[in-house]
Design a protein around this ligand. Sequence first.
Ligand code: TYM
Length: 331
Amino acid sequence: MTRIFSGIKPSGHLTLGNYLGAVRQWVATEQRPDEALFCVVDLHALTVEHDPARVRRLSRQAATLLLAAGLDPRVCTLFVQSHVDEHTRLAYVLECTAADGELRRMIQYKEKAAKAQAAGEGVRLSLLTYPVLMAADILAYGTEEVPVGEDQRQHVELTRDLAVRFNQRYGYTFTVPRATTPAVAARVMDLQQPTSKMGKSEAVGSGIVYLLDEPEVITKKVMRAVTDNEGGVVYEREDRPGAANLLDILAACTGGDPAVLAGGYSGYGQLKRDVAEAVVETLRPVRQRHAELAADPAAVDAVLRAGAERARAIARPVVDRAYEAIGLLVP
Ligand code: TYM
């Protein structure tokens, strides 16, 4: 049996990128006889300027959307990170394993720190140490597989390095996990800026499809997507990022191959109409189910409470072992 763990940060409304890159893979794991845990990683939403009420609201909304997307709490464990103390308990021990230099090299840190500085905001220390907390999220559960989008690969690599280093120094304690990414749409790009990732924390939303967007809004965003000036639809990620992104999205929604799909189009108009329809139909059931579930927040909270209890029971002995291995007196 494989142990699977992944998480999503409530720093904005969930996007099509989150869905195609990660959440859909999570739902697919339920067909396997493996044990999966999925987490709304709320502590990670505090690493940049944030509004407390919004983070709270987005945390419950993310959990509701994960259920709406098809996560079944009878099959997997769904919970909120801050409900399980083991994450922060392990993070400190891993901070004693990680080096300052390797954290400063993380691409997301460099990008977000530069952005915070440009906006005249201070860079929170937690922005630097964030990948260590992410490593703790993963290692606390003896995780083998981490289904994520492409942008999280570097963090999972760091997690592997920390696990191996800890095991070498203090004796075998942690399972060394691996990242898995989907074959297409592992990196969905912004429709207005197809060289940047479609990210939920971005302020401008015109190039971002949110899971709860109305069908008309989705259609409008897709029809206005930036494509390349040259005529003819070809699949070339480097040279024609706008077209490639639309083809990736279409392939992910309809199950085709993006390069093959390109051959069926002579212009962007028809491609955009087909992408819009495919996205609307892919997200329609998620939106409908979300509306039903959101009407009963107490039921969602009950799922999260039960999930936290199960998660705690798995993580506690792993973190105790790490404490003992590193030289702490376990009570
Ligand atoms: P987050 O919240 O930014 O994204 C959640 C998941 O969605 C994927 N994703 C995308 N995939 C394809 N295209 C995109 N445009 C796109 N945008 C986001 C992400 O790769 C991710 O899988 N640090 C993590 C959260 C985290 C975590 C963990 C993940 C914390 N602890 C432990 C796995 C295991 C993050 O910020 O993801």
